[in-house]
Design a protein around this ligand. Structure first.
Ligand SMILES: C[S@@+](CC[C@H](N)C(=O)[O-])C[C@H]1O[C@@H](n2cnc3c(N)ncnc32)[C@H](O)[C@@H]1O
Length: 224
């Protein structure tokens, strides 16, 4: 999935992935990941998700990373908040209070950027990437995240070939293959979306499943 694909999606407002409200799995399961509510959170491939505001409102400093400048600008405009803009390379940073959107390529992050991050929220990031990019995504995440980090990961699975991603189908087995070498994995839940669920119907799927995982990194076990 090249950058132009996403720039075109944003320019044409083809953003069906944008929920427009707080994700229910985030709302229901975030508290199981945090004891203090004040750890810095990374939201990779964040779009303009309302989830960023919700995390901020819980008291977390938040860093969202997003390729599209349209998404970054829309995020603050729709939140009726004026952001300070700090142009730069490889990221232009939009900030308000301790909520920052870094506009640029996730793969340009370096460990020093994320030295304060303890938690990661991944909704529609891993599943936005085709199979060939997913291992690189996890390898890069491992390379830039501090040792103590935990992740709330939400995935989607459906029968291969029933639709053309994104979102791509990521099986539970693949989650274990990608993360088990470095993380303790807790499979929190699976929710089946039947054929007549609006998402399944819209995409022509016979069925889909959403899964939620809690991943805790094992200290001192870096694969980078
Ligand atoms: C499927 S959307 C999900 C957005 C958000 N997580 C949500 O839940 O609404 C994936 C987003 O990742 C962004 N993206 C894709 N590749 C990226 C990259 N290499 N670096 C940063 N953002 C990227 C796209 O522009 C898009 O907004």
């Amino acid at each position: 999935m090249d950058h132009q694909f996403w720039h075109t999606r944003w320019a044409r407002q083809e953003t069906g992935f944008h929920e427009g409200s707080v994700n229910r799995y985030l709302h229901d399961h975030w508290s199981e990941l945090t004891d203090r509510g004040h750890e810095t959170v990374l939201v990779p491939l964040c779009g303009k998700a309302k989830d960023l505001w919700w995390l901020h409102d819980q008291g977390h400093p938040v860093i969202g990373v997003e390729l599209s400048e349209i998404a970054c600008k829309d995020f603050f405009a729709e939140g009726e908040t004026r952001a300070q803009v700090h142009p730069g390379q490889p990221f232009t940073r939009f900030s308000h209070d301790n909520l920052e959107l870094w506009c640029g390529d996730f793969f340009q992050l370096v460990p020093d950027d994320l030295r304060h991050v303890r938690l990661v929220y991944d909704r529609a990031a891993l599943i936005a990437l085709p199979p060939s990019m997913r291992a690189d995504y996890v390898t890069h995440l491992n390379a830039v995240l501090p040792d103590q980090a935990s992740i709330l990961l939400i995935t989607l699975d459906y029968r291969t070939g029933e639709m053309k991603g994104p979102p791509f189908n990521v099986s539970d087995k693949e989650v274990y293959q990608l993360y088990e070498p470095n993380y303790d994995i807790e499979h929190v839940l699976t929710n089946t979306l039947a054929k007549d669920h609006p998402f399944a119907r819209r995409k022509g799927l016979s069925e889909a499943t959403e899964s939620v995982f809690r991943l805790r990194r094992r200290a001192g076990n870096r694969s980078d």
